[in-house]
Design a protein around this ligand. Structure first.
Ligand SMILES: Cc1ncc(COP(=O)(O)O)c(C=O)c1O
Length: 443
């Protein structure tokens, strides 16, 4: 659970005092709601053995108050440029279906074939239970896109980061990550036991300076950046980070969750955007859940890295392999992306169009670059939630990003654009957002 807000802390303390008094008055302890006789543990705070009193649960109850309407919305069909929720049609901006490939008939047919042939699960770790040809086909395809020797697929993008970092780095090492890095990198870094330092967003110079002074204090050092930042829609000057990596003999890891399929002329990611070689980065990490219409993650790089993960990374070795369906979906999605490069171009055009319309209507879009995701800054949690609700009533489905995902005053609506959005849909949506924003601020 992220840091608690002051009123949450006060509420938790108040409840703890009240519980203690109640228990004293009754002469009882309670375990998960059931009475238990007075005994050895009577003095234990209830939050130590009862989830109803767990600080995380209390904070979430308080936080979700008024926000339920924005989350866990149930879609009745394929969520693409439009969606249907509760029987009503909406313009949809909440999914990472960047290339419109989730729901694409070729991808759906590949999944059906894979399930018919290999079943719904590989039913074991690939190491012991064996692979399916699809696994290596997908990995070779990704390695080729990234211009590297090999690749390994994992069952979740999130855990690809956590167990790659925690497996490769340890207490004598240093992990340097961008201040806006995804939570999965921070958690993986914490699990590794390495020293961790967050550097100012996109500030390669700060990293260079820090390494000039401290490189020799550590064994391995890894710098972790994203190809495209998921909260702000901007990207690092990757060639500068590569130069820092080369200068100080450190590793460079790039999380391409949002840049793969999105940046570069063919959608080959931030590497293609900058014209870098695959070997300029040590750990290319990405997810299958966004452009590639599936679920899972991958790491690509040198054969030695992949070998080490294949035989050693606990999250791979002791976990069931990617399902045939998910593997086939990603492989087929890559096939469609390669066969129809116009999808990538359309995605890039539509992203830029969204950005230019939003700016023209006076909306604040932070540092967005127009690649696939554009934040519209709304400030406080209250305003972000009010905007989400007002837009929903006007037929637009968009998610608020609020504290603790961003700073309390850094609330925003995050618009995910896809190759399937038309200019007319984007124009209409931006106009409604601008209207509602004006109305909210006038009231
Ligand atoms: C930058 C980044 N890395 C990793 C992940 C985790 O990927 P997945 O959702 O596929 O598990 C996400 C998820 O949104 C992400 O934005």
């Amino acid at each position: 659970m992220s840091a608690l807000l002051a009123h949450e802390k006060r509420e938790i303390a108040r409840r703890m005092v009240r519980d203690r008094e109640e228990r004293r008055a009754k002469g009882l302890g309670r375990v998960n709601g059931a009475a238990m006789p007075d005994g050895e543990y009577e003095d234990l705070p209830q939050s130590h053995y009862d989830f109803d009193h767990h600080p995380n649960a209390i904070a979430l109850w308080l936080r979700s108050n008024g926000a339920e309407h924005a989350y866990f919305r149930v879609h009745d069909g394929i969520a693409a440029d439009t969606t249907v929720i509760g029987g009503h049609a909406y313009l949809n901006f909440t999914n990472y279906n960047y290339l419109g490939l989730s729901g694409h008939p070729v991808v759906a047919a590949a999944v059906a074939d894979a399930v018919a042939r290999y079943g719904t699960s590989v039913s074991a770790s690939r190491l012991v239970g064996g692979e399916r040809p699809l696994h290596r086909e997908l990995e070779h395809s990704l390695a080729e896109i990234l211009d590297v020797e090999d690749c390994l697929g994992f069952v979740s993008g999130y855990s690809t980061n956590t167990f790659t970092l925690s497996y490769l780095f340890g207490p004598k090492d240093l992990i340097l990550y961008d201040a806006l890095i995804h939570n999965s990198v921070m958690v993986g870094a914490a699990q590794s036991g390495a020293r961790r330092i967050a550097f100012r967003h996109n500030d390669w110079q700060a990293v260079d300076d820090l390494l000039a002074r401290h490189r020799r204090e550590y064994e391995r050092v890894v710098i972790v950046v994203e190809g495209l930042y998921s909260m702000d829609g901007d990207f690092p000057d990757l060639p500068k980070f590569v130069a820092v990596r080369n200068r100080h003999k450190v590793f460079l890891m790039v999380d391409e969750a949002h840049s793969m399929g999105v940046m570069g002329a063919r959608g080959y990611g931030v590497r293609e955007h900058f014209g870098l070689a695959g070997g300029d980065v040590d750990i290319w990490m990405g997810t299958l859940s966004k452009s590639f219409a599936s679920c899972g993650g991958y790491v690509a790089g040198r054969r030695s890295l992949i070998l080490s993960l294949r035989y050693g990374a606990p999250g791979f070795v002791f976990s069931a392999g990617l399902t045939p369906g998910n593997t086939a979906a990603a492989l087929a999605a890559i096939g469609v992306m390669k066969a129809e490069p116009e999808r990538v171009k359309r995605l890039q055009d539509r992203g830029r169009f969204f950005l230019s319309r939003a700016k023209a209507r006076g909306l604040s879009v932070g540092n967005a670059t127009g690649f696939a995701l554009v934040p519209v800054m709304t400030g406080t949690t209250e305003k972000s939630l009010a905007m989400t609700q007002a837009l929903f009533q006007r037929g637009i489905n968009v998610q608020p990003i609020i504290y603790p995902a961003v700073e309390e005053k850094g609330g925003r609506l995050r618009f995910f654009v896809s190759s399937e959005h038309s200019e007319a849909q984007i124009d209409q949506a931006v106009q409604i957002v601008a209207d509602e924003w004006r109305r909210l601020n006038a009231s």
